[in-house]
Design a protein around this ligand. Structure first.
Ligand code: SAM
Length: 228
């Protein structure tokens, strides 16, 4: 599925992946990461996920990256009112991305693979729900590598994957535990936190990942220079 296909899906409103409430695994397992308050979280391929609002309410600012401008517009339009008022979104352009800031949520509109390590300096956590599994097999290797090179050693995150009985069908693509390990283990320590069967027969797995490598002056530009 190409970027153009995703844009078309958003245009047609074919967004069955979107959840109206925060993902239960986020609520259940995020605390295990023990991220410091204020640690900024990267949400690749973020759609208009409610999980981003949940993360901010938990004290973690968010940087979401999403290809579709429509997804971002909808996220802004669906911002809940507080005391009868809606916050105003700030718009700006940075490093080739059209950016929207809504409180402590920054949404960068563009291709995740164009997001560069220099722009990722402040990231201290990440959250992938339906990002890896949205990508076809050949792109998943590229995604795993790109994600790893954006993150400093010691950075922790959650990854939620799915398996189903047809390896050719997707998205969502079935990504087996063996594939998750093959893709991620070279750069991340992995802990499988949970495996649960959803109502539609899909099996969802929740992983805790920690970026491997020597943690030296973590989250400073200097340590990024030493990043493997
Ligand atoms: C399955 S959806 C998941 C969205 C979100 N994570 C959620 O849980 O609702 C995948 C999203 O990735 C976006 N996307 C696909 N390829 C992308 C890319 N290369 N860069 C940024 N976003 C991309 C799509 O537009 C879509 O919104």
């Amino acid at each position: 599925m190409s970027g153009a296909d995703w844009l078309e899906r958003w245009r047609q409103g074919r967004i069955g992946f979107h959840l109206q409430a925060p993902h239960p695994a986020l609520e259940g397992f995020w605390g295990r990461l023990e991220l410091r308050a204020g640690a900024k979280v990267l949400v690749p391929l973020c759609g208009k996920s409610q999980d981003m609002r949940w993360l901010v309410e938990r004290g973690n600012p968010v940087l979401g990256i999403e290809l579709s401008p429509l997804a971002i517009e909808q996220f802004v339009a669906e911002e809940p009112c507080s005391a009868g008022k809606r916050r105003t979104a700030l718009r700006y352009r940075q490093s080739g991305f059209e950016c929207t800031r809504l409180g402590r949520i920054e949404l960068w509109c563009g291709d995740f693979f164009h997001f560069q390590v220099e722009q990722a300096a402040e990231l201290a956590g990440f959250y992938d729900r339906a990002a890896l599994i949205a990508l076809p097999p050949a792109t998943r290797q590229r995604y795993a590598h790109h994600l790893a090179q954006l993150l400093l050693p010691g950075t922790r995150g959650l990854l939620i994957t799915l398996t189903h009985d047809d390896p050719c069908r997707g998205p969502p693509f079935s990504v087996t535990h063996a594939e998750v390990e093959a893709l991620m283990a070279p750069n991340f320590e992995l802990v499988l936190c949970d495996v649960a069967t959803a109502a539609d027969g899909l099996v969802e797995s929740v992983w805790q990942l920690t970026r491997r490598g020597p943690v030296r002056q973590a989250h400073s530009n200097r340590s990024r220079d030493e990043h493997p």
